[in-house]
Design a protein around this ligand. Structure first.
Ligand code: AKB
Length: 340
């Protein structure tokens, strides 16, 4: 019997490094798309790897025509800091690319007579708290509160969430196959395999990787800045749990998930515990500080826990002690650079 096909866009990015092997081990034929060739360690998890932009309509059409994916995991995106520098590019990639893909997924569903599951990594960037006082008062935000993004990336993600939810509801109403859209608003993610680029939660992984490499690090936000974070293995596990959850257990299309919510100073302390000589200072960059100041300090993820069993393994202490430090020591002792 042929295996189900999972189509992953932006497959060579941070999440792809753990997601592609995880999909393969769960029995999928993985079809990957990225702008650049996949690193061999993840390319080997794929049945096919296509080098193309998310804006390359013929390339996307060819993937659907040839592979007929049952599940689409749409990871390609321009992250928040880069999106503020080039909002037109962000709009093209994050919105126009998403619209084109969702259209192809809908056509595939209609032609094949079955739903296509569409997994969408949204972000805490969809929230927009107006000032520090509102951020503190809000505490752990619920999915329906404060969805007023102040930045381009958050705006693009809200549109993707709304479009996916709308197309799903529309197909149900018409009694037709269509999208089965499911989204997670990810917090900042920290991986031992890769370093992010172009995001604004990047200070946490950058700080810990620099400490492990014995390089000085200047953090671009204030020490008291607090954001929710999660390790990449927990993020991938949650993404796949939501993908495989029975439709009837879902009470919403878009879920918050959280794990730990440290201040930047607490991340520094956790790094120093394991790398006592690390030089970590603070030199806030106003534009980047403003972005994280508009994001919540914590998220209310009760729906994810109740509906499909979101249960992250790592708090801050476990993340650093059990996941990051051993993996980073191995990686940098071997002289390797983090993949980007
Ligand atoms: C970013 O910083 O842009 C991303 C995110 C929080 O979605 N890591």
């Amino acid at each position: 019997m042929s295996k189900p096909v999972a189509f992953v866009t932006g497959a060579g990015g941070e999440m792809g490094h753990l997601l592609l092997p995880a999909l393969k081990s769960r029995g999928y034929d993985v079809v990957a798309l990225d702008l650049v060739p996949l690193p061999p360690e993840i390319g080997s998890s794929c049945k096919a790897a296509i080098e193309a932009s998310i804006l390359d309509a013929p390339a996307l059409e060819e993937v659907f025509r040839r592979h007929h994916p049952q599940i689409l995991l749409h990871l390609a995106a321009v992250l928040s800091t880069k999106a503020e520098k080039d909002p037109d590019l962000a709009h093209d990639v994050n919105t126009n690319g998403t619209v084109a893909l969702f259209r192809l997924a809908r056509e595939e569903a209609l032609a094949a007579g079955r739903n296509v599951v569409v997994m969408f990594p949204s972000s805490i960037a969809v929230y927009g708290l107006p000032d520090a006082r509102a951020k503190e008062a809000a505490g752990a935000v619920r999915e329906e509160d404060w969805v007023r993004p102040a930045g381009m990336y958050g705006i693009n993600k809200v549109y993707g969430e709304m479009l996916g939810s709308y197309l799903t509801a529309r197909a149900r109403k018409a009694g037709e196959p269509g999208l089965d859209f499911r989204a997670i608003r990810f917090p900042g993610l920290v991986s031992a395999e890769t370093l992010p680029s172009g995001g604004t939660s990047d200070y946490a992984p950058e700080m810990i990787h620099a400490a492990a490499q014995g390089r000085p690090y200047s953090c671009f936000v204030r020490p008291d800045t607090r954001l929710p974070f999660m390790t990449m293995p927990d993020a991938v596990e949650s993404f796949l749990s939501l993908a495989s959850a029975p439709a009837e257990s879902l009470t919403r299309r878009v879920y918050n998930i959280g794990a730990f919510s440290p201040s930047a100073a607490e991340i520094r302390e956790a790094a120093l515990e394991h790398f006592p000589g690390a030089e970590i200072g603070f030199d806030p960059v106003p534009a980047r500080q403003a972005i994280v100041d508009s994001w919540p300090a914590d998220v209310d993820d009760r729906s994810a826990r109740a509906d499909w069993g979101h249960a992250p393994r790592h708090g801050l202490r476990e993340a650093v002690r059990d996941y990051l430090v051993p993996a980073l020591r191995r990686r940098y002792a071997a002289g390797a650079a983090p993949a980007r």
